[in-house]
Design a protein around this ligand. Sequence first.
Ligand SMILES: NC(=O)C1=CN([C@@H]2O[C@H](COP(=O)(O)OP(=O)(O)OC[C@H]3O[C@@H](n4cnc5c(N)ncnc54)[C@H](OP(=O)(O)O)[C@@H]3O)[C@@H](O)[C@H]2O)C=CC1
Ligand SMILES: CC(C)(CO)C(=O)C(=O)O
Length: 345
Amino acid sequence: MRVLILGAGGIARGMAALLHFGGHQPLLWSPSGKGVVDLAQTDLQASGALQARFRVDLAYDLATAVKAAAVVVVALPANGHRRVMDLAIPHLTKEHCVIVSAQLSLGAAYLRQELVARSMDATVIGWGTTVVMGRQSAPGFVQIGGLRPAVPMAVLPSSRMDSALALCRTLFGDRFQPEPGLLAIALGNLNPPVHLANALCNLTRIENGETWFNYNGMTKSVARLILALDAERQSVAQAFGLSVRSVEDHFRMSFGLPDGMALAEMAAQIHQRRGGPPGPVTLDTRFITEDVPFGIVEIITLAAAAGVAVPLHQAGLALVDALYGTKFGEQNDLLPAVNLAALMG
Ligand SMILES: NC(=O)C1=CN([C@@H]2O[C@H](COP(=O)(O)OP(=O)(O)OC[C@H]3O[C@@H](n4cnc5c(N)ncnc54)[C@H](OP(=O)(O)O)[C@@H]3O)[C@@H](O)[C@H]2O)C=CC1
Ligand SMILES: CC(C)(CO)C(=O)C(=O)O
């Protein structure tokens, strides 16, 4: 099947390799064009959990590319979701299925809402995390850190779950878990609390450009902070009558670890097994610049709607605002445009 991937970074490349491996035809599109300059000259080489070397098809004209594909995947940081969705919307038809990988700030709801407003009935799928973990390691390369055995998903409209599930399985393997709705996906994305805690506690390493490793940075005290943030996230989910998986379950399921291990122990074991990925080496890292405005702010917004206090999330936001000298909350261009009341009703 022809699958258009909007994005050209670690996840887009990793998904392209997975699709190629499964006999499908990925097509990569970079919003600025810069993300695919290397791939115009050379094969895409995947190493790590999945090994492949092939010439990947590149798209330069979005309208033609959307027309050529039955499935479109949004695989770039949430900072670009609204802009890229707005560019794709005029070219989508009711035959298309769009996957948001991974959803933050109810981006799938934004897309479906804009499509419906234009009487366009395309299906929209929101994933709670990615199928692959990966980094663009060098020009032409992607280092795949792992394939997740479990990926939560929700569909709009929800009546299309069976066909959406079958499609996701055909393309990416038998790893998808249906969730009751998009709010469960929103509150089930674990990147924001994990990345906020890890980046905040390792900020001078990041700012000084030191070499450090993501899971080695998750020491016992960082793990305690992650768990405290996680307790707040779970209480927001509970207020909506949802049960979302804990951060420990997320680690267990993402990395195939046994039950009963403490979070810091899991992080230490992942580090021992894999080493990478490296921790961020510049303040301009999506661990903050994406996960705070589109993840932490999303949890704070949903908590306010549910009447639940999330003091640690508020404190985290205030701290990074002060550290960066900015107002991250103002950077979220999705939540103000989403009809939250409709989703909660
Ligand atoms: N990598 C991982 O292991 C994991 C990633 N995720 C999530 O998956 C998503 C993709 O991650 P990943 O591929 O690693 O990210 P990357 O930073 O590698 O993505 C780079 C791609 O995103 C595009 N992009 C970045 N910012 C913007 C923007 N503001 N507007 C438009 N396009 C933009 C770039 O465009 P251009 O080509 O024009 O330069 C490029 O194509 C993110 O939401 C991330 O949080 C979640 C879990 C694991
Ligand atoms: C590093 C990893 C796999 C876990 O924090 C991740 O989620 C990311 O890169 O976004």
